[in-house]
Design a protein around this ligand. Structure first.
Ligand SMILES: [Zn+2]
Length: 268
């Protein structure tokens, strides 16, 4: 409406000028000033419309779309690495310089004593302590094997995997630097004596692995790479890899029997 009014007034202004040719010289300055004013208003109006449109676009964007940007090499990089719901996967890289500021070593048994990869973010560490204690009460002794891994550690791990088994195998089981959840500080690889403290698929069929899958959500953790969801998560089944997402979200994901990717796609 405002636009129409402006156009109308510009039109009326031009008509009146055409009809007053003899007064052109005296009215010239006035005319120029008025036109300038109108142009100004029009461009301001257009700007406002553009802003409204981009606001609207922003509002209809999903959480996943809102939390991604593209870096100079054309890779998708997440803008919320500190969010406990951050998704890092093969399509969403963590910034190469991201390191959580609140890493602590949880007070739980570890496969390797004083391991350099035993750290987690505070909230995940305090909850994994509770999870392991509940496991203890139920007769299970769990061990942590690998928690926070920096971008550089992940890079050398992946490169080593490629050297040993080739790029394709590495891509299924390991993660490229920036694409590993271990860099978030919200994950831990968990194991037990029943599988000789290894990380193996058969862990999911042991009483320990089954207890973990049934109870982790009560403490805010999910089995991040479930069986049969390889095409969604991009990773093979990993019954040992637990990820902290908070108790409410973990419960929803557990009840719906879905992955974190599906949670954001369909339920967030
Ligand atoms: Zn893991």
């Amino acid at each position: 409406m405002k636009k129409i009014m402006i156009l109308l007034s510009v039109f009326i202004l031009s008509i009146s000028i055409i009809g007053c040719e003899d007064k052109e010289n005296t009215d010239d300055k006035e005319k120029q000033n008025q036109q300038k004013q109108e142009e100004n208003n029009t461009s301001k109006d257009e700007e406002q419309n553009k802003d409204d449109e981009s606001d609207e676009k922003e509002n209809t964007k999903s959480y996943l779309e809102k939390t991604i940007t593209t870096n100079a090499s054309g890779e998708n990089v997440v803008t919320n690495p500190n969010d406990i719901l951050v998704i890092a996967n093969k399509e969403r890289n963590l910034p190469s310089d991201y390191e959580p500021s609140d890493l602590v070593a949880p007070d739980i048994p570890f496969v390797f004593k004083d391991s350099p990869v035993r750290f987690m973010r505070e909230v995940a560490a305090s909850n994994i302590e509770k999870l392991f204690a509940a496991g203890n009460d139920a007769g299970f002794k769990f061990y942590g094997r690998s928690g926070y891994r920096s971008y550089d550690i992940q890079k050398s791990l992946f490169d080593r995997y490629v050297d040993a088994k080739g790029e394709e195998a590495a891509n299924k089981s390991s993660a490229r630097a920036g694409q590993s959840e271990h860099q978030t500080g919200l994950t831990m690889d968990v194991t037990s004596q029943i599988v000789d403290l290894q990380l193996t698929e058969s862990y999911g069929d042991t009483p320990d692995g089954m207890w973990l899958a049934e109870n982790a959500h009560k403490f805010g953790f999910i089995i991040r790479y479930p069986k049969g969801k390889e095409s969604v998560t991009g990773y093979s089944y990993e019954p040992w890899h637990i990820r902290y997402v908070g108790i409410d979200t973990a419960k929803k994901i557990y009840d719906l029997n879905i992955t974190l990717e599906e949670y954001f796609r369909d339920h967030y």
